[in-house]
Design a protein around this ligand. Structure first.
Ligand SMILES: Cc1cc2nc3c(=O)[nH]c(=O)nc-3n(C[C@H](O)[C@H](O)[C@H](O)COP(=O)(O)OP(=O)(O)OC[C@H]3O[C@@H](n4cnc5c(N)ncnc54)[C@H](O)[C@@H]3O)c2cc1C
Length: 323
């Protein structure tokens, strides 16, 4: 079934593995088996592999660090292309030329250190630059999409096109690629390199990292925000809202501090809505974060989605689930 593909990979000396457990590869250690897991090491290899896969009409999935994608354990994927090793970048003539798999954290740290502005809030943002464009990932005032000059994309017909920021139709945590209005693979991109004050940028970066470490759950067990910000998009039914408010007030009167109140309120709202069993998988810091804490988390996940729908009136997922 894969003989043409394997022949191509052999002939071009491109790294791949067969029959790979995705639990060993993905950020939250989830997923079934993958028949062929391909790891190109540079842009040329990535372009060649993607063109071959499109040409031979293989169904395939491209991933970066898989820090925003949940592949179900029951899901076997035929072919995966990992961009992780396509991690070269270079600064030239006021621009940063990046391969698709450049890690945002590494790039942002390097740029901040060298006094290049616009990266100072991205020094703790997991993932690759291409996926950051796909997702329009952001942190506070910074996003890779704001820094984007243009990106090269291979289309399903094998053509390579160059897209400008406006072509991506960016919205909060979304783009035309995430909405599947444009199919293709980002193989490289150019970012602005605008000078700033290195010391100031590094101070912003350090305090932002410290703040995120306090607010965010264990990095290895979450995918960042699971749901899109439900407070702007969702709406809590009045009876839950009032119960939540009164319980919070009662806790305050009984001298519970803010952290205690947040945790107890979360447990309370799970309990009164009939979802006490999932409370341990919901972040104490933020209701929109689900934690794949243990093996039972996968069974709790569909119930978490029900809970968010019932209590917060949102079905708006920020992560991608591959079934
Ligand atoms: C602890 C933690 C904190 C986080 N905090 C934030 C935050 O503050 N803000 C925020 O916005 N996000 C946050 N995230 C989410 C995550 O960092 C971003 O969504 C990031 O962009 C994902 O990058 P990735 O390389 O891991 O993408 P993956 O998870 O590997 O892929 C995500 C999607 O992009 C597609 N994709 C990947 N590469 C390409 C390519 N080359 N061409 C086309 N499509 C591609 C994949 O097919 C998939 O659909 C956080 C995640 C974690 C784990």
């Amino acid at each position: 079934m894969y003989s043409n593909l394997l022949q191509y990979l052999h002939a071009n000396n491109i790294c791949y593995e067969t029959n790979v457990s995705l639990k060993k590869k993905t950020w939250i250690h989830r997923g079934g088996m993958c028949d062929v897991y391909i790891s190109p090491v540079n842009r040329k290899e990535l372009i060649g592999v993607v063109r071959q896969l499109y040409h031979q009409k293989y169904d395939f999935l491209v991933i970066g660090h898989s820090s925003n994608i949940y592949i179900l354990n029951s899901c076997n994927v035929s072919v995966i292309v990992s961009t992780k090793k396509c991690s070269n970048y270079e600064i030239k003539d006021g621009h940063i030329y990046c391969d698709a798999g450049v890690g945002v954290i590494r790039l942002a740290k390097d740029m901040t250190k060298h006094g290049i502005a616009g990266f100072e809030y991205l020094t703790d943002l997991p993932g690759t630059v291409a996926a950051a464009i796909y997702n329009n990932a952001s942190c506070k005032k910074n996003s890779i999409s704001q820094l984007l000059v243009c990106a090269d994309v291979i289309l399903p017909d094998g053509r390579q096109i160059t897209l400008l920021p406006d072509d991506f139709g960016f919205v909060y945590r979304g783009s035309c690629m995430k909405r599947k209005e444009l199919l293709g693979v980002i193989v490289g991109l150019i970012l602005k390199a605008e000078p700033g004050n290195a010391l100031q940028l590094q101070n912003i970066s350090s305090s932002n990292i410290a703040e995120r470490r306090l607010l965010l759950e264990s990095y290895a067990k979450t995918l960042g925000s699971t749901m899109n910000n439900c407070f702007s998009k969702g709406r809590m039914p009045l009876h839950y809202y009032l119960a939540y408010r009164f319980y919070n007030l009662w806790l305050k009167l009984n001298k519970n501090n803010e952290t205690q109140r947040r945790i107890k309120c979360k447990d309370f709202i799970c309990k009164i809505s009939g979802y006490a069993d999932i409370a341990r998988y919901v972040s104490n810091e933020d209701i929109i974060i689900f934690i794949w804490k243990d093996e039972k988390a996968d069974a709790a996940f569909p119930r978490y989605l029900e809970f968010m729908d019932k209590v917060y009136r949102t079905q708006d997922l920020e992560i991608e689930v591959v079934k």
